[in-house]
Ligand binder design. Structure first.
Ligand SMILES: [Zn+2]
Length: 128
């Protein structure tokens, strides 16, 4: 691998920065690196939302099985949760609570530190 320093524009704001990449790194990956590095509001938002989406995946997605849940949340409900994560991140809403058909309660809220918190509670019930 040969590393080179290149000037790369942030795809959001167009600001140039110097990044070190392997010579063969394709353009879209160079842009991803610039997005991660840039301090403009759009790049910061994209990072914040990505971080929140990763949490959502841990708590509700397939990864939740590794975290002790019996099942992942349905795809349709996941889509709704993603929308709410964005709204909470953008402070359009302060908090969202979604109750699934299976009785899970999913809470999405903004913490005092301005990051998105996601909680899922499963109600185990037995009816004979
Ligand atoms: Zn930028």
């Amino acid at each position: 691998m040969t590393y080179i320093d290149i000037e790369q524009a942030c795809p959001f704001c167009g600001q140039f920065m110097v990044i070190r990449v392997d010579e063969g790194t394709p353009e879209h990956e160079r842009q991803e690196i610039a997005k991660k590095k840039c301090g403009c509001p759009q790049a910061t938002r994209a990072r914040g939302i990505q971080e929140a989406m990763d949490k959502l995946e841990q708590v509700c997605g397939q990864t939740s099985l590794d975290n002790g849940f019996d099942s992942a949340v349905d795809d349709e409900v996941m889509e709704i949760c993603k929308k709410h994560v964005e709204w909470v991140y953008d402070l359009m809403i302060g908090e969202a609570q979604i109750r699934t058909r299976q009785g899970d309660k999913i809470m999405i809220r903004c913490s005092a530190k301005d990051d998105v918190k996601i909680k899922r509670e499963c109600r185990k019930q037995l009816q004979l």
